[in-house]
Ligand binder design. Structure first.
Ligand code: IPE
Ligand code: IPE
Ligand code: MG
Length: 237
């Protein structure tokens, strides 16, 4: 019983450092992203092996749209490749694919693919892979507020009855439990607008390893460290 709770149910990752990984090798940034996609596959597998039920990956932020057009094109191209290459693995391992973010901002063909794969893996219970795409924590809260305000305006919701549960129920993936562990690679000590609401009580783990080098061993090390954390949730002891 106690042992079980030492494996996080939900791990969220800020996959950072692709550009620096490439620069260190004198390679174009795109190569770093390409190798980063391999880390995604490795970590999905490691989650399955460790019994982590939910994995959320920050793949593209709302702020990332300010990057050079060519880099964005390259990232979208990789996303297409990832979806087509990874789909079989999702089916084989009974993993459900979900997305959070302003999905309507993405190229139409990618939206269609995400919807299709999401639908076709919907019934699986082997685990859930959540891709955060065109995602921003503030944008998510704004989108929730818009929905709530709309309901209030129509007289469907009494503002005095809005509580934390109501707000949480209007976020992008209300059925998914909050992350237990948040990992950020490449050493940056910041949240960068990731899951602002949901990370309230997540354990934070930052490693200097750059995302393309973050593979199974590095992931296992993070899980090991998590197992030693003492979560108090505001209580004593
Ligand atoms: C993370 O790597 C991938 C995305 C944000 C899409 P970066 O591209 O941010 O790499 P660095 O931080 O410049 O090294
Ligand atoms: C965070 O990385 C976003 C993703 C990993 C998708 P960034 O590289 O965009 O974050 P900052 O700019 O260093 O805060
Ligand atoms: Mg970065």
């Amino acid at each position: 019983m106690a042992e079980r709770s030492k494996t996080p149910r939900h791990v969220a990752i800020i996959m950072d450092g692709n550009g620096r990984w490439a620069r260190k090798r004198g390679l174009p940034r795109a190569k770093g992203h390409e190798m980063g996609a391999e880390s995604v596959r490795a970590v999905v597998r490691a989650c399955r092996d460790a019994g982590v039920k939910y994995l959320t990956l920050y793949a593209f932020s709302v702020e990332n749209w300010i990057r050079p057009k060519e880099e964005i094109r390259g990232l979208m191209r990789l996303l297409r490749i990832f979806l087509s290459k990874h789909e079989k693995e999702l089916h084989d391992n009974k993993i459900r694919l979900r997305v959070i973010g302003r999905i309507a901002d993405l190229p139409k063909d990618i939206q269609k693919e995400l919807k299709r794969v999401g639908r076709e893996t919907e019934a699986y219970r082997g685990g859930t892979l959540v891709l955060a795409l065109s995602y921003g924590g503030r944008a998510e809260i704004v989108d929730a507020i818009r929905q709530l305000a709309g309901k209030v305006k129509k007289g469907e919701l009494d503002p005095r009855r809005i509580d934390e549960e109501t707000v949480a129920a209007h976020l992008y993936a209300p059925d998914i439990p909050d992350p237990d562990l948040m990992i950020r690679t490449s050493g940056e000590m910041r949240i960068s607008n990731f899951l602002l609401w949901q990370l309230s009580y997540a354990e934070l783990y930052v490693t200097d390893i750059l995302w393309p080098d973050f593979r199974e061993d590095a992931f296992k090390k993070a899980l090991k460290e998590y197992a030693h954390r003492h979560r108090r949730f505001g209580n004593i002891e």
